[in-house]
Design a protein around this ligand. Structure first.
Ligand code: FNR
Ligand code: 8K6
Length: 347
């Protein structure tokens, strides 16, 4: 039977979504210089309130989490108040919104905060900050146990701040080569303590962050994004799969609101995942609610959900190009194609 992507979906006892189409988290680098959301951002998100759930652009949990210009934060009262205007506007139009909590780890740049760049190990990445190419990435400092405890506490604090700002929950950004993902891949984690070397140890940071956020705001309001295949600021290692096998099993008992794949094109197959796609691998290793993503159209997403490949779809670039995405697909109207020039302004 055909799944109707446009009918409600119950995430858990406390959260019901008006449809199964989520707006994917999309960094836009448009907050003000204090990393406070602007009125243009309020309007941009409010225009998309008919999505089943809006996931905010990645939002930094503290100053040294920053690796791109003008990415919003959730660690000052001005930032909390700025986000409150966004969530009020989305709620006024009947929508729901999670905040995506972000620390970029080794792709942070001291230009933004003037201190150490923290990562699991002192292994840098080649390249420079997008949109600020003069800022070459630096070799990070391997986080001490004390640093790690501070990071975990700051994820939990940012989650509390998100609830204060009116968000319906948070999605922990554990994907795309950023801090949490760096702990989960051998290419970035060469620690020899309780956070490295074995699947259990390499999963420890991710699970401690998840548990701290759950303790702060509840499992029903906590979600996680993961990229088991390495594809962005990371390289593949065939030992990575065992880490994710362990992590995903451990996550099942946490009863998260959902698990979200982190990938740009879900037709990509990973040698390190026994040649599976991201969603195929996650579906095989995790039994909870799964959000698929990555170059899907409304039609291909409907098909994938019908085939039980995942439960909900997140749509990214088409939502940048079409603030009225839900209305257009509802009425069978043609979508405006996405192009990178559209990133210059918030429509
Ligand atoms: C992204 N993506 C992304 N992912 C994430 O977890 N946090 C983020 O802040 C961003 N930012 C971001 C900005 C821009 C401009 C793009 C294009 C993408 C990835 C995004 O959530 C999604 O996974 C991909 O865009 C794939 O989905 P679509 O676009 O093919 O539907
Ligand atoms: C959080 C990210 C900040 C802004 C990102 C903009 C992304 C633009 C889109 C293209 C990125 C491609 C990434 C990876 C593809 C790898 C495939 C091998």
């Amino acid at each position: 039977m055909a799944t109707d992507l446009l009918t409600p979906f119950r995430l858990n006892d406390t959260i019901e979504l008006q449809n199964r189409v989520l707006m994917a988290p999309l960094t836009r680098c448009m907050s003000d210089d204090d990393l406070v959301p602007t009125q243009a951002m309020v309007d941009y998100y409010a225009r998309r309130a008919d999505a089943g759930l809006i996931i905010s652009e990645a939002t930094i949990i503290r100053p040294d989490a920053q690796g791109y210009p003008n990415t919003p934060g959730l660690f000052t009262s001005e930032q909390i108040q700025g986000w409150k205007k966004v969530t009020d506007a989305v709620h006024a139009k009947g929508g729901k919104m999670f905040a995506q909590l972000w620390h970029v780890g080794r792709v942070a740049h001291p230009h933004f905060f003037g201190g150490d760049v923290l990562a699991p190990s002192a292994i840098g990445v080649e390249g420079s900050v997008p949109r600020m190419r003069e800022l070459t990435y630096v070799t990070p400092k391997a986080a001490t146990i004390e640093d790690i405890q501070g990071l975990i506490a700051d994820y939990a604090k940012a989650a509390e701040n998100a609830i204060e700002a009116g968000f319906d929950g948070v999605e922990i950004h554990g994907a795309n080569g950023y801090l949490i993902d760096q702990f989960l891949h051998f290419a970035a984690n060469q620690r020899d303590d309780q956070y490295g070397q074995t699947p259990e140890n390499m999963s420890r940071f991710a699970l401690e962050v998840v548990d701290a956020v759950i303790a702060a705001i509840g499992a029903d309001k906590t979600a996680l994004r993961l990229s088991p295949g390495a594809y962005f600021n990371m390289s593949e290692d065939n030992r990575d799969k065992a880490v994710f096998d362990y992590l995903l099993t451990a996550l099942e008992s946490r009863n998260l609101a959902y698990l979200h794949a982190g990938i740009f094109d879900d037709s990509m197959r990973f040698a390190s995942l026994e040649n599976k796609t991201t969603s195929e691998y996650l579906r095989s290793a995790y039994k909870g609610t799964l959000v698929g993503v990555g170059s899907y159209t409304f039609e291909s997403a409907n098909q994938a959900i019908d085939n039980n490949q995942f439960d909900l779809i997140a749509i990214g670039r088409p939502f940048i190009a079409n603030p009225d995405y839900i209305s257009k697909v509802t009425h069978g109207e043609a979508l405006t194609p996405y192009s990178e020039e559209m990133l210059a302004e918030l429509i």
